[in-house]
Design a protein around this ligand. Structure first.
Ligand code: FES
Length: 135
């Protein structure tokens, strides 16, 4: 990722190409996995924002094969996060590069603490993320 992107806080992770593949209501975020190609392989991720979501959410198909959900808000100054290719970690897209593990715990950088994580449940082709509970 280039220095200019970091300076401007432009993250690598995009919203899903199929915006209708997710919905949010009453604390529960539902994602139709077969329609979100970006999450097909470990290392893939999408960011979900707006449309009634109370927070920005980052969904990662982890290097561990599991799905993880995070509040997409670095605890240093609120920039977005990206998964680190080939590693079970996330990195802030700013120049200061705070990093976190899949538990949301800070590993390095000026972040003030952990990022919130949310429980993820897989039911068939659906991923259900409970935003009413932070981990
Ligand atoms: S906003 Fe993430 S390290 Fe500064």
């Amino acid at each position: 990722m280039g220095f200019l992107s970091r300076l401007l806080g432009i993250c690598r992770t995009r919203p899903p190409a199929a915006p209708e593949a997710w919905r949010y209501a009453q604390g529960s975020l539902e994602i139709e996995l077969p329609r979100v190609q970006e999450l097909e392989q470990p290392g893939g991720a999408v960011r979900l924002e707006g449309r009634g979501l109370p927070v920005r959410v980052l969904i990662v198909h982890g290097e561990d094969g599991e799905y993880h959900a995070f509040r997409n808000h670095c605890t240093h100054a609120g920039r977005r996060l990206d998964p680190l290719p080939g590693q079970p970690n996330l990195m802030c897209c700013s120049v200061n590069k705070s990093t976190y593990d899949y538990h949301g715990d800070k590993l390095a950088g000026p972040a003030k603490g952990p990022v919130d994580t949310y429980p993820v449940d897989r039911r068939g082709h659906l991923l259900i993320v409970d935003l009413s509970e932070t981990g």
